[in-house]
Design a binder for this molecule. Structure first.
Ligand SMILES: *Cc1c(COP(=O)(O)O)cnc(C)c1O
Length: 386
């Protein structure tokens, strides 16, 4: 059965498809072509980023970050357990160890107040994850990092077009990682970007991204041949994908604004249930502007979450849960990186339900989803309207 409202549907916004045809017609399909350069320039201009490098995914940008931070066996990186596997995998692939710190109950972001207690002589870096496009408390995190001599890598996979105190997520740490996966607000199917905000990483980032060669310098005429000069891999996306991405980025404000309207409608319609304390709505701190990546509700407990999800799905509305905390996942548990529990992480991850949200969703779709939530709770929904 096709759902009445899927969880996500990628959008095509106009120029993206036309740019793809242009890229194919131009005959330049490998990476760092005209569209890749335009997309990077746009990221740098729009977000006031020092250097933006397109990558094949956010996972790739995180892996590059682990290399740039010089992580080695025995090194420790502080991050939340409530995140996607790629944040931890990038560290694990270097033989380093993730030190999982609990999250804040309001934003589900890394709890900055618990970072210092987790720092040891082996700590090298702090990797905050901006959950749902709402920023971590970056001033505090940066102050701790600077004082303790640690690098900061932002997993801003969900944070494109979101800000903290007016500054774009991904531009606040030494390095920032974006995702353009199909499930994200701005997408080219599979893609990402590494924002290099600390100039001391810029030269090496370019080399790692080009399979460990100085090909970029060669293309600029700075060296007369290119060769193997460092570690690296294939992190450059095709110009066909960059073309699609450019169209999406150009429409970024429009996409963000529409998602904002849908989120506001969800929040307004669900407010009566929140007032009755049947569920909790997302919290956005005053210094954060969200990009409305996600709309979630926190319900009473794991059983209630499962029941509500089944109810919505049965009615054709594809709600879904989110991360299994990494320290409780098969690999995370086997690595034994976390002894003892992470109270807030374990509690909230079991109670969080994400509702459908995508650019082409209609106001009526939001009303239908919310109506079904009211029905589940046995609350009168006759007055509901967008
Ligand atoms: C989506 C996501 C990633 C991975 O992004 P890809 O582009 O698919 O590699 C990493 N971290 C977080 C927090 C994400 O949401």
């Amino acid at each position: 059965m096709t759902p009445k409202v899927p969880f996500n549907r990628p959008c095509t916004v106009g120029a993206d498809a036309a740019y793809v045809r242009e890229a194919i017609a131009s005959g330049h399909m490998c990476g760092d072509g005209p569209f890749g350069k335009r997309a990077q320039a746009l990221l740098e201009a729009k977000f006031a980023a020092r250097h933006a490098l397109l990558t094949t995914s956010c996972t790739a940008a995180l892996e590059m970050s682990a290399l740039l931070c010089g992580l080695e066996a025995g090194d420790e990186v502080i991050m939340p357990s409530y995140t996607f596997v790629s944040t931890a995998n990038a560290v694990a692939l270097r033989g380093a160890r993730c030190v999982f710190v609990d999250i804040r109950p309001d934003t589900l972001n890394l709890d900055e107040a618990q970072i210092e207690a987790a720092i040891t002589t082996r700590t090298r870096s702090i990797w905050p994850v901006h959950y749902a496009g709402i920023a971590c408390e970056m001033d505090t995190i940066m102050e701790i990092a600077r004082r303790r001599g640690l690098t900061v890598v932002e997993d801003a996979a969900q944070g494109v077009f979101a800000t903290y105190k007016g500054r774009a997520l991904g531009t606040l740490g030494d390095l920032g990682c974006y995702s353009f996966h199909e499930t994200k607000n701005i997408s080219c199917g599979e893609g990402g970007a590494l924002l290099v905000n600390n100039d001391s990483f810029a030269k090496r980032a370019e080399i790692l991204r080009e399979k460990g060669t100085n090909r970029s310098q060669f293309l600029r005429g700075q060296v007369d041949k290119y060769t193997w000069v460092d570690l690296g891999s294939s992190y450059v996306p095709s110009d066909i994908l960059a073309a699609y991405l450019l169209g999406q980025l150009e429409a970024g404000e429009r996409i963000t604004a529409r998602r904002g309207e849908l989120s506001a409608t969800y929040a307004r319609l669900l407010a009566p249930l929140a007032e009755r304390e049947l569920l909790r709505l997302p919290v956005v701190p005053a210094e954060c502007a969200s990009n409305h990546h996600m709309f979630y509700v926190l319900v009473e407990g794991a059983a209630r979450r499962g029941a509500l999800m089944e109810h919505l799905r049965g009615a054709g509305y594809m709600a879904t849960f989110h991360y299994v905390p990494l320290h409780t996942s098969p690999v995370g548990a086997a690595l034994g990186w976390r002894e003892g529990s992470l109270r807030v992480t374990e509690d909230l991850s079991a109670r969080l339900l994400r509702l459908p949200l995508y650019y082409d969703m209609s106001d009526a779709d939001v009303v239908s989803v919310v109506r079904e939530v009211f029905v589940f709770y046995g609350v009168d929904c006759r007055g509901l309207a967008a």
